[in-house]
Design a protein around this ligand. Sequence first.
Ligand code: HEM
Length: 586
Amino acid sequence: MEFLPGGLMGWPLLVLGLAAWWLRKVYLDTQFRKFALRNHCLPEPTTVSKWPMGLDRMVRLFKVTAAEGDVLEALIHPTFLKLGWTWSFSVPLSYNTIATADPDNIKAILSTQFKEFPTGFRRAGAFGYVVGKCLFTVDGAEWEHARALFRPHFARGEVNNLEATEEGVRDLLAAVTARGVDEGHRADDPSEKGRWTPAFDFMELIHRYTLDVGTETFFGANVKSQLAAIPGVKIDQDPQLAETRRVAADQAGASMSFAEAYKLAALAVAKRLRLQAFYWLVNPRDSARAVKYLRGFASHLAGVQLKQLSQKAAIRDDDDKKDTFLKSLARDTQDPTELCNQTLFLLTASRDTTASLLSWLFLMLAKHPRVFDKLRAEIVKEFGTRDEPRGQITFYRLKKCQYLQWTLNETLRLQPPGPLNSRQAAVDTTLPTGGGPDGRSPIAVRKGQPINLCIYTMHRRQDLWGEDALEYRPERWENRKNDWSFLPFSGGPKICLGSECTTYYSPKLRFERSVLISALPSELLTRVCVLLSEEYALAEASFLTVRMLQEFDKIEPVGDIDHIRQIVLISMEPTDGVRVRFRRAA
Ligand code: HEM
């Protein structure tokens, strides 16, 4: 029997199939309309497309991305200013995507209606390309399982020990020193002569810093990328790490460094994110090689860890004092793929975001000398100078530096490392606002409908942040309480785990805290964790800022500081890096 269209049975079957599909669609559309009516929902504004299925918007998006342009300022933010804080746009072969920059809607999606808005298959398709199934790419019971695996390690405050950060900062300062001195810069002033570094891209060093701290923290294997980039410096390697690097290099040919592989993989993820349901179209050969490299590296380390643990008679009696995330995780799961996925994800989550924050912070300090001077005065008062340091840099002392906290917050507000977040409705449901002529009625959201949360636009709204919302002014944080209009770390049960814990407690406090935390029921634990928010993620950035400002007393921008370009890869970064020069403190 012939079942192909054109065969004897083919056409009737095809017609029948189409009719069934159409009837189902009509039925579901009618049900959804009734649902919207029952819930007093009105439609949100929609962008007008010149081509069917919103293809023109998609083509424009690709043109901007291909030219390494700024999708936020070129496409997304202006549409919010034109249509209001919640709108939708057509996407080929899918329901309209909703975009929102409204705190009430965002709160509902991330928190009060959390179960109705999982992350969905688009995120899994885009990020899973590199990190497979992990905390970030799964939903429901799988997510709960992964979060439970992560939590004890974070709650004990072991993620990123202080030594790893200190070592990272030492290497970074060595890398800056290795760049030498620009004898010619301001040579006419004897008090300045010989104190300025040459102009260089500080962002490159920041990326290496967060990579080194991250690989040490999560894998227990600092890749020493900062020292590796200094010509002539020989890195003192333990044999295990040398083997690890060799294994990773073999996967891709020695032509690629860890940092390069990382950038290529991030570019592919960014492209897959833009393509939404068609993410699978992106798999360029060089990115595939990069992903193989990164996964080879993580898998090798997971294998080493498992071998070490299996050699111990009783895994829980591991008496090795140096704990890493990988080791801690390996006590709970011995699945090598899971270990590889989770640790590689954690490295991605922590490295790019922290590097983005630090890059923007130093760019802002270069652009605003007043803020730099005020911040440095506070740091010197609390921690002393390079030559006369005052005590250890601890988490509590960092927290006490109010202007430092404001400066970090202001940077996270204007340039959030994660400017866009996404979810997908699991059921027909509603959002509290955005519908009707005044944009205040609830809107109906259909099962399967994708939603983009635009944190970037929300952080720049004048009605929420005042007339000077676009100005960099840390002082605005005086007396301002955090609410749902400030979400650099997201919110609700999936709030950034890095924002939940800290490394800067003393061992005694850390122990007491871990006992307290492990005794809490999970719901309360989540709330406590949110209260402890921002601690860890900001500690790594604060620590480096303090040490840099002790070391250098001026920073000067190089190039056009008034027209800073930005690009969204996995995180948002300054397109042209952080081109600056520093003046060593006298
Ligand atoms: C400035 C630094 C950081 C920023 C701005 C940031 C921001 C974010 C954001 C926006 C999310 C997405 C949550 C969602 O899907 O709603 C996230 C998730 C996450 N972040 Fe961070 N992050 C930072 C640093 C870190 C660090 C240092 C770590 C680890 C030590 C970390 C670990 C995580 C984890 C594990 C998740 C996944 C949580 C989950 O899906 O349940 N982050 N982060």
